[in-house]
Design a protein around this ligand. Structure first.
Ligand code: TYD
Length: 198
């Protein structure tokens, strides 16, 4: 089973993911961007305020392709639970927000980024969405990268909402404005249920 954690920066995803990794020692815990050289290229692009948003989409997507073949698919083939801190929905939410209004792609950027993934990716079986308002997210994240600003995160959140509307059965929404402990507890409860159902 492939389970992903998604949400705005500062939503507490990584804390929840770390808590889960202690609760499920036999599962594969992984994340995007990865720590491969593709991930290094992504980090370099994130550090460049003038990076071309389309080029950046493909760097993130290259990192995802490598992550799939090197980590995700082999772990699933071994029958393991795989939990990824960010996955394809991050591209659809973030890079579509970067592309919106850029004139770099024809039509709807959300539809385009989805199409790019559809041909090769492995969709998650379930996704826990840590829902936090953009102001809280930006304040918690502290603007350590170019994505962590309220107006940008508003567009990212709208894209996440579109994804949830289109695929409500895959998503579980957790209120991430709660305390860190409450968020972790809610995530753990959902993961217990989801893994028991699968
Ligand atoms: P991450 O390392 O998960 O940061 P955090 O722990 O703060 O969530 O992700 C780094 C940034 O990369 C984050 O701002 C979201 C962004 N991102 C994308 O824009 N597209 C993607 O496909 C992924 C995986 C991340």
């Amino acid at each position: 089973m492939l389970l992903t954690l998604e949400g705005l920066d500062g939503s507490g995803k990584t804390t929840a993911w770390e808590a889960l990794s202690r609760a499920y020692p036999d599962a594969t815990f992984t994340r995007e961007p990865t720590d491969s050289w593709y991930g290094d290229a992504v980090a370099r692009s994130m550090g460049d305020a003038d990076a071309d948003p389309l080029a950046e989409l493909f760097l993130f997507t290259a990192d995802h392709a490598d992550h799939l073949s090197r980590v995700v698919r082999p772990a699933l083939a071994r029958g393991e639970l795989v939990v990824s801190d960010r996955y394809s929905d991050s591209r659809i939410a973030y890079q579509a927000a970067s592309l919106s209004g850029s004139g770099l792609v024809d039509g709807d950027p959300v539809a385009y980024v989805r199409t790019v993934h559809r041909a090769f990716s492995r969709p998650p079986d379930a996704t826990i969405y840590l829902d936090v308002d953009p102001e809280t997210a930006a304040a918690r994240a502290g603007a350590t990268n170019k994505f962590e600003h309220t107006t940008y995160l508003e567009a990212v959140r709208e894209n996440y909402e579109r994804l949830i509307d289109d695929d409500p059965d895959r998503f579980v929404r957790v209120d991430a404005t709660q305390s860190e402990a409450a968020v972790v507890e809610a995530v753990r409860t959902h993961v217990e249920r989801l893994t028991a159902e699968s």
